[in-house]
Design a protein around this ligand. Structure first.
Ligand SMILES: CC(C)(COP(=O)(O)OP(=O)(O)OC[C@H]1O[C@@H](n2cnc3c(N)ncnc32)[C@H](O)[C@@H]1OP(=O)(O)O)[C@@H](O)C(=O)NCCC(=O)NCCSC(=O)Cc1ccccc1
Length: 154
């Protein structure tokens, strides 16, 4: 099995493309943009101040006892907050910090609601807040600072 995967990987390496032409994360009409790292996130509502959607973590994201791995939850916040932080006419920004509070167990294989919104925009600094709910129960919340990149900043 391992040898087969290694052989396939070697054959596919010949077809590798640069970042701009890769498929993962670049398919706008697919939920989650085809980003394979994060669980599929279906956006329901979004404008330039707020975004909300549904997400479900499959078995792949299991931490233990039916709960999502603690490292997977910031992925979802960073993905949705990062997209919101860069919407509209805003110049590109990157996550400077992301603080996550785990308020209760996040179950795998359940539909969850994730919401994020702007708290403030000051100069290059964009402060966003986010919540993750299972039904009415708050599973996690996050605060993220996104800093606008200076010209030429990678
Ligand atoms: C760009 C920056 C974040 C900031 O550096 P510089 O440009 O040199 O900024 P500068 O130092 O001039 O500060 C300006 C102001 O900001 C403040 N401030 C800054 N930092 C902090 C802090 N930690 N905590 C608190 N405050 C902080 C600082 O005090 C100052 O405030 P002031 O004006 O005095 O009031 C740099 O550290 C970096 O590149 N880090 C790596 C980022 C990275 O790789 N991220 C992950 C991948 S991106 C992603 O995933 C997103 C995504 C996902 C999905 C879809 C789309 C997008």
């Amino acid at each position: 099995m391992t040898r087969t995967v290694a052989e396939l990987s070697a054959r596919l390496a010949a077809h590798a493309v640069d970042e701009r032409r890769q498929i993962t994360g670049h398919v706008p009409d697919v939920p989650g943009r085809g980003q394979t790292l994060t669980p599929v996130l279906v956006l329901d509502d979004h404008d330039e101040q707020r975004a909300s959607g549904r997400v479900s973590f499959g078995r792949y994201y299991l931490g233990g006892n039916g709960a999502v791995h603690g490292g997977a939850i910031p992925l979802v916040f960073d993905d949705l907050m990062g997209r919101l932080a860069n919407t509209g006419a805003r110049k590109p920004s990157r996550t400077a910090y992301l603080k996550v509070d785990y308020r209760s167990i996040t179950p795998i294989e359940q539909e969850l609601r994730v919401t994020t919104w702007f708290e403030s925009e000051q100069g290059r600094k964009r402060l966003l807040h986010g919540t993750l709910h299972h039904g009415d129960r708050l599973c996690a919340e996050a605060q993220g600072l996104f800093v606008e990149l200076k010209p030429g900043q990678p």
